[in-house]
Design a protein around this ligand. Structure first.
Ligand code: PLP
Length: 423
């Protein structure tokens, strides 16, 4: 009875919410109060990149709490300095002498990226895509293109949405083999129509995640980068979901030959062990604020326990070679999902990059409801979205090949029950 709880459940009518009585976990599994042990193929809300029950990260938080648990926005302490240095090094060329702006999560990172882009360019307009999610605060939600934006419209002024890189259902009616990458060139055209030199920033998830894992063609990012350069607009990579090895690279944009001006991160930054996000600002943009006021701030800016958790999370990624594991297991995940696609009767598509993948199935919502029940019986947790016809996979990066293969095959059994078997 969810209405008995004295707090709201998110993105849900309260009486329709499904409480998750989480009690702990280990590696790729989490446990629930009824004694259930679930295979987490979705990393809870896509944040548990380092896996459940990681003692190293918990111990780092405890050590930091003992040493220094309170801070002020202008405080300087070792974990804060180390975290910023390591994030900038991870971002690579153009960022080594940049700066980090810390936040408490992903929406706030995008909110501050909006402000930084406006301050630097003096412009009001921003470009984002329809099949995107950038966070639930007003600016980030205005950038968001999916269903979560509409109930709060009108949002902030000046956001222009453009068509998606959705190759399986190209909005331009093209085929990947013969198209001219219209999804990317259209962003340039759209900026011209909005008025030359009027766009502050283009916000893109390197691979739109919750909206269906829409992996772009290799030319997409370089084309958009060139358009931003011509227009004097900033390119913002929203790496909140794709960052920290999710796609097999430290950051998703690193698959392609194009470097953004700002990178927003959260989720995998501390693997969800503490609430922390950040905007990584390239050197060229950061310099703007050397002599000008940065009109951004938060009481809990760079909270010590969050910084310590994030530093230790980065150590875990490095020592356990988790980004490499995501890169190695990406093709395994694709192979297994291709096998599921062959097993089900309904028309379906598989897309993926690293340990982020989607199976899109053309099936009525009642069959998606059946899938939910079948997955619960098998204790498989993932992101099932009947409205958009997708099942999205994003397991902790520490998942083993055996766990992954077993989990996807079990998912396949559930999918056959829900969508029918291919003849
Ligand atoms: N950006 C992307 C790409 C996301 O997937 C999310 C969350 O799902 C956000 C931003 C918002 O992050 P948060 O929920 O930490 O505010």
């Amino acid at each position: 009875m969810t209405h008995d709880y004295p707090f709201f459940f998110t993105w849900s009518a309260q009486h329709a919410a499904k409480p998750l009585e989480l009690t702990g976990g280990q590696g790729a599994h989490f446990s629930t109060k009824d004694g259930g042990r679930w295979l987490d193929l979705g990393a809870l809300s896509y944040q548990v990149n380092a896996g459940h029950g990681n003692k190293r990260i918990v111990d780092a938080i405890k050590r930091q709490a003992d040493e220094l648990c309170l801070s002020a926005p202008n405080a300087v302490f070792p974990a804060k300095v180390e975290l910023a240095e390591r994030l900038l090094a991870m971002a690579g060329p153009g960022f080594s002498r940049g700066k980090v702006f810390f936040t408490l999560g992903g929406a706030e990172a995008n909110e501050n990226a909006l402000k930084i882009a406006r301050a630097v360019t003096g412009r009001l307009k921003n470009v984002a895509r329809y099949r995107s999610y950038h966070g639930a605060s007003m600016g980030a939600l205005s950038l968001t293109g999916d269903w979560r934006r509409a109930p709060m419209e009108p949002g902030i002024p000046g956001v222009v949405h453009v068509a998606d890189c959705y190759c399986d259902r190209c909005p331009f009616g093209k085929q990947l083999a013969t198209c001219a990458r219209e999804c990317a060139t259209n962003i340039d055209a759209q900026m011209q129509l909005e008025g030359p030199h009027s766009v502050a920033a283009v916000f893109l998830e390197p691979v739109p995640g919750a909206n269906g894992v829409l992996v772009p063609p290799a030319e997409y990012w370089p084309i958009v980068r060139a358009a931003c350069d011509r227009e004097g607009a900033l390119l913002v990579a929203d790496e909140v979901l794709t960052g920290f090895g999710r796609t097999g690279k430290p950051f998703g944009f690193q698959h392609w030959n194009a470097v953004p001006d700002l990178i927003t991160v959260a989720k995998g930054l501390a693997s969800g062990y503490q609430a922390i996000g950040a905007v990584l600002v390239s050197e060229r943009v950061a310099q703007h604020f050397d002599e000008r006021v940065l009109a951004c701030g938060l009481t809990y800016y760079a909270h010590p326990t969050a910084c310590a958790a994030a530093v230790e999370t980065l150590n875990v990624y490095r020592d356990d070679k988790l980004f490499e594991n995501a890169e190695r297991l990406g093709p395994v995940l694709r192979r297994e999902l291709d096998a599921v696609k062959q097993r089900v009767a309904a028309k379906s598509f598989v897309r993926g990059q690293g340990l982020l993948a989607a199976l899109e199935v053309e099936a009525p919502s009642i069959e998606w409801g059946v899938l939910g029940g079948e997955l619960a019986q098998r204790k498989l947790s993932l992101h099932v979205d009947g409205k958009r016809g997708t099942a999205i996979f994003a397991p902790p990066l520490c998942i083993t090949e055996q766990e992954l293969v077993g989990g996807i095959r079990s998912f396949g059994d559930a999918a056959v029950r829900a969508f029918g078997a291919a003849t």
